[in-house]
Design a binder for this molecule. Structure first.
Ligand code: M6R
Length: 609
């Protein structure tokens, strides 16, 4: 939920830190700060609000240095105040932290007894004092960090500097991502590669329990037992262009419009293979998928809705039972394990703590067949899974998930078809037809995007509303859920989604002329049923906004507005019908003047409970 960046170089690193923080801001945007070492001192600049405010303060103070760390915060322990903003400091030591220290209260008590005074309400400040405590004992910065982290329970990515050791920074990782960037005569640390891509694309992903020392000349990594270890170097394929807005007003708009490309890239391996093969999910694909008797999907938020679509596909196409569960619920209930079940986690970021913990819990119950559908290479969740399907959406910066969702659906559809094939339920003709449908998918999505001007007009009518209902049936019900989530998340309009057939069991009581009702009504076997549900709304004076296919015979009438998506695309229809609800949310938020890419109270990667 927070972003970390650090740099050591023989040039001024403050612009590197600030540029990095701006790219990390999507991870948390309550406050921002930097700490640099210069002239034997730690200089800190911290501000509540956005990075730009902190940047202005750093400029005004003419802060420059060759070693520094920076942080963007999403508040957990302690309110949004300057005192709670990172970096935290203790007697010449400064550090930034992502994660949560569970035993911070005990540590705080102990450190207070040792004479330390606390300035903040954060869990992080205990780490600064703890490191200082061990420095006082005569340890150097690296050893003090290694000693301190052994006393911490919880999750952390840490970058630490000390005024007494201006030639290095030290870092540690447990439960939160942290990577080291390798430059020429300069090196970096960051919680994700976007922060440092302007300087280098050569990265080392630290592993759980690792610590490292970073100097200008090089990097030394140590494992959980503090012994030196080698970690592989990777070349990140994140490009600077993918992190820039280009001609768009918001990242969300850019990411909505990137979907034909993102889906095309995600499809590449399937189209190349011209078949649904276990190998699409990794080297062990055949071994893990063979003999699977059911599927358990675990995810949060939008990724959960992708899983909810997949349940319809998996059961209908492969005939295997499939359950979908919110990860934060699954991880705390006494679930019954079935080792023949495939556990599928879905996560854009690959870092969502609840999803990660649900996966760990499933494994502890004896689930060995694990697959992750993920957008961020080398992130924690795929690394903890036996199989991986990487969506190739590219960096998703807007807090509202868009291209990640539709590319997750592509991966999940491929999974449904692959399981069907393994179970003898997909003949060659149907397989070829599905691949052909996939081939046309980017084009159909582009057609749906072309509806933007019409949807923007609808959005103006939504903007003054306080509530909205979304309805769908069958495989499109999760798209209604996703539409409602998008709308509430970025426009702050209260929106709820129901299976259309459920309306009469309660929510119909909410319907009046002030309640816009959005209906996902494609030309599928349930259209007639959905039409009856729409009558129920109209009869109560409700205004309907219907997304239907170009070839359905559904007509607009008084109080019933219709936008036609492309011709019905069959089984892939939920992917195409996602586009209009994304655009509706985006344009409504635009009309309301909310901060589309950084909606209040939220952050992109939710690495806390
Ligand atoms: O990175 P993940 O896919 O695991 O994230 C899960 C949710 O936090 C995420 O989808 C969230 O609901 C989005 N902000 C919705 O747009």
């Amino acid at each position: 939920m927070c972003g970390i960046v650090g740099a050591i170089a023989d040039r001024d690193v403050v612009p590197v830190l600030i540029d990095g923080l701006k790219r990390l801001e999507y991870r948390g945007y309550d406050s921002a700060g930097i700490a640099v070492i210069g002239d034997g001192e730690v200089r800190r600049v911290r501000r509540t609000g956005r990075v730009a405010e902190m940047e202005a303060a750093a400029r005004a103070d003419n802060v420059q240095a060759t070693l520094g760390i920076g942080h963007t915060r999403w508040a957990t322990h302690g309110g949004v105040t300057e005192a709670n903003a990172h970096p935290h400091a203790s007697h010449g030591v400064a550090l930034v932290h992502n994660g949560i220290i569970e035993n911070h209260e005990q540590q705080r008590e102990r450190l207070q007894q040792l004479g330390y005074a606390f300035e903040s309400q954060t869990d992080t400040e205990v780490i600064a004092h703890l490191i200082h405590h061990y420095l006082k004992d005569g340890l150097d910065l690296l050893a003090a960090l290694q000693r301190a982290v052994k006393e911490l329970h919880g999750a952390y990515a840490l970058a630490v500097v000390s005024r007494k050791e201006p030639h290095r920074m030290v870092v540690a990782r447990m439960g939160c991502p942290l990577l080291v960037g390798l430059g020429e005569g300069e090196n970096f640390v960051a919680s994700d590669v976007s922060a440092i891509v302007q300087a280098t694309r050569r990265v080392i992903f630290l592993e759980e329990g690792d610590t490292a020392e970073i100097t200008r000349a090089g990097v030394r990594v140590f494992g959980a037992d503090d012994a030196p270890v080698e970690r592989d170097e990777h070349l990140s394929d994140v490009s600077l262009a993918s992190l820039e807005l280009g001609p768009y007003r918001h990242f969300m708009q850019k990411e909505i419009h990137e979907q034909p490309r993102a889906i095309g890239d995600t499809l590449e391996a399937i189209i190349d293979a011209n078949a649904f093969e276990p190998a699409l999910f990794g080297r062990d694909g055949a071994q893990v998928l063979d003999g699977v008797e059911g599927v358990q999907i675990l995810a949060c938020g939008t990724s959960f809705y992708a899983g909810s679509v997949a349940r319809y596909w998996i059961e209908a196409i492969s005939g295997l039972p499939c359950s979908v569960e919110i990860a934060s619920e699954y991880r705390y209930r006494q679930a019954v394990a079935n080792p023949k079940q495939l556990v599928v986690t879905i996560s854009q970021s690959g870092e969502t703590l609840d999803t990660m913990e649900a996966l760990k819990y499933a494994k502890s119950l004896g689930h060995d067949r694990t697959l992750s559908i993920c957008n961020v290479p080398e992130s924690a969740i795929p690394r903890a899974s036996r199989l991986v399907f990487y969506t190739r959406a590219g960096a998703e910066i807007g807090v509202a998930s868009t291209k990640a969702f539709t590319t997750q659906l592509v991966g999940l559809f491929a999974l449904a078809a692959t399981l069907a094939k393994l179970h003898g339920r997909l003949d060659a003709e149907r397989e070829a037809a599905y691949i052909e449908d996939l081939r046309h998918l980017p084009g159909s999505v582009q057609h749906a995007l072309n509806l933007e001007p019409q949807i923007a007009l609808w959005a103006e009518r939504f903007a003054p509303k306080h509530h909205a209902l979304f309805l769908g049936r069958g495989v499109h019900y999760p798209i209604a859920l996703e539409g409602a989530l998008k709308l509430k998340e970025i426009s702050y309009i209260h929106a709820e989604a129901y299976p259309a057939g459920e309306l009469k069991h309660g929510p119909l009581a909410l319907v009046d002329a002030d309640m816009p009702v959005v209906v996902i009504a494609p030309k599928d076997g349930l259209l007639e049923k959905v039409k009856s549900n729409m009558q129920e709304v109209r009869a109560r004076g409700g205004e309907l906004f219907v997304f239907t296919d170009a070839d359905s015979n559904f007509e607009a009438s008084e109080g019933v507005h219709v936008i036609r998506t492309p011709r019905h695309v069959g089984v892939l229809s939920p992917i195409v019908h996602t586009i209009p609800v994304q655009l509706l949310a985006y344009h409504t938020a635009l009309s309301r003047g909310t901060d589309v890419d950084k909606p209040r109270n939220l952050a992109k990667a939710v690495t806390v409970e």
